[in-house]
Design a protein around this ligand. Structure first.
Ligand SMILES: CC(C)(COP(=O)(O)OP(=O)(O)OC[C@H]1O[C@@H](n2cnc3c(N)ncnc32)[C@H](O)[C@@H]1OP(=O)(O)O)[C@@H](O)C(=O)NCCC(=O)NCCS
Length: 162
């Protein structure tokens, strides 16, 4: 099993850096979960902020790769200072290391700095507990699940950030 050290979250602001995020999405959505390749990116991406978690990876044969992308998150800005959190993914061999919570923490710090007072997301229903542990709630009127890409989802919120 690969081993990861020096986990670092990078705000992807330089041209081309967003490919780090897309490579994680490809690994998780396409190679692991079997979604179509055209689901990796969408027309919203170019208007969003993106982050990637990178780490130094020690392979089973002892070789080390530096700065390997292992996680990602995306921010879409909505009207009235509301932020939409999305496209959270951590590659399977790096799960359980709290990379997801780290990405969300950095995301929230950025939202607070920018004055976004509310965050919402459409979570895969089976991941609801992951977000609830981080303070996201399903509000009244949002208890009904809905389908996105054929998978049940639920909407969660975090308010009063600033
Ligand atoms: C969901 C995901 C981002 C979690 O990232 P991660 O870095 O592996 O998170 P961790 O497992 O370290 O979890 C942090 C905490 O959340 C908990 N958790 C993880 N998945 C959970 C779930 N489905 N329900 C409830 N709690 C969950 C962990 O037990 C852990 O709890 P702890 O802090 O008490 O130990 C990752 O599993 C993933 O990328 N999955 C595939 C893609 C996906 O489903 N994305 C989310 C779409 S909404």
């Amino acid at each position: 099993m690969a081993c990861y050290a020096n986990i670092n979250i990078i705000h992807l602001t330089e041209p081309g850096q967003v490919e780090l995020a897309y490579s994680v999405r490809y690994e998780v959505y396409v190679r692991e979960q079997g979604y179509a390749t055209n689901t990796v990116t969408d027309e919203e991406d170019e208007h969003c902020q993106h982050w990637a978690a990178v780490a130094d990876k020690t392979n089973v044969d002892g070789t080390i790769e530096n700065g390997v992308p292992i996680g990602t998150i995306r921010l879409a800005i909505k009207p009235d200072n509301v932020a939409r959190l999305g496209r959270v993914a951590v590659i399977s061999s790096a799960r359980g290391l709290k990379v997801g919570p780290k990405l969300i923490d950095i995301f929230e710090q950025y939202c607070i700095k920018q004055g976004y007072h509310t965050i919402y997301l459409h979570a895969v229903s089976e991941k609801r507990g992951f977000y609830e542990r981080l303070g996201y709630v399903v509000e009244q009127g949002d208890h009904e699940e809905f389908s996105e890409d054929g998978t049940p989802h639920i909407r969660l919120w975090k308010r009063d950030l600033v």
